[in-house]
Design a binder for this molecule. Structure first.
Ligand SMILES: *Cc1c(COP(=O)(O)O)cnc(C)c1O
Length: 230
């Protein structure tokens, strides 16, 4: 096996163990492999090892990879910041966008999603721990944004995504992830049918799964240390 295949197997084992510990079915969590900064060859190794969902942060870099690798076996998730001048590329190339935190960007994505493609699958990024300079909408503004996004014709709102600051221990990490879970529950109590809670990375996926994550986004534990900082 390649190193990447080995790593994928180890991450799947971590996810499965966390599901068992949380009394959840092991197939209730999707693994998103975060391949930002890694080569097409590295991604091909992951695909050969059965990886289906890939996450990318940098639009230009991602679009080059998507043009080469296509959509036959890969579902592409945009998890990085989306500026207005990049929405067309994102709408034309990705399957999911998890980093929507402004209505203006959502509107552009809906307007620019090509008619021959299925609706773009959307998560709203929420800033659950109040980091001042961080992306993500404040929890107090989430309900209004979610209702507005849900009206857009070429988008399908699936849930929430969070990137909390690293926590000191399992209990602290669980507590911050629980806030996202409660926000999702609240939207669903208002009649939405959201099924995706994208939270948990290499360092905190166990706590995220304990708190109800349905999608963990893992980069370094699969591909190794990144060649350049992010
Ligand atoms: C880079 C990144 C990840 C993966 O982080 P690792 O610590 O490498 O697992 C997950 N989510 C987002 C939004 C990222 O930018």
């Amino acid at each position: 096996m390649t190193m990447i295949a080995d790593n994928l197997q180890a991450v799947h084992a971590r996810v499965a163990a966390a599901c068992v510990a949380a009394s959840r079915p092991v197939n209730s969590v999707t693994l998103l492999a975060v391949s930002k900064t890694f080569s097409i060859q590295a991604i091909e190794e992951a695909i050969a090892a059965g990886q289906h969902c890939l996450g990318e942060n940098y639009i230009q870099e991602a679009v080059e990879k998507i043009r080469v690798l296509g959509h036959a076996t890969v579902q592409w998730h945009c998890i990085g910041p989306v500026q207005s001048n990049k929405t067309r590329l994102v709408a034309e190339h990705f399957d999911w966008v998890q980093s929507v935190d402004r209505l203006k960007i959502a509107q552009r994505l809906s307007d620019q999603r090509p008619a021959h493609l299925p609706p773009l699958q959307i998560c709203i990024q929420v800033n659950t721990d109040g980091g001042a300079n961080k992306a993500g909408i404040a929890p107090a503004e989430l309900v209004a944004l979610a209702h507005a996004v849900a009206q857009l014709p070429r988008l399908k709102l699936r849930g929430l995504m969070t990137i909390p600051e690293p926590a000191s221990d399992f209990a602290a990490a669980t507590a911050v992830h629980m806030r996202a879970r409660q926000l999702l529950n609240r939207l669903n109590a208002e009649g939405m049918a959201l099924d995706t809670l994208s939270m948990g990375m290499s360092a905190d996926l166990e706590a995220a799964i304990h708190a109800g994550s349905t999608m963990v986004r893992v980069g370094t534990a699969i591909f190794g240390g990144r060649p350049r900082p992010v």
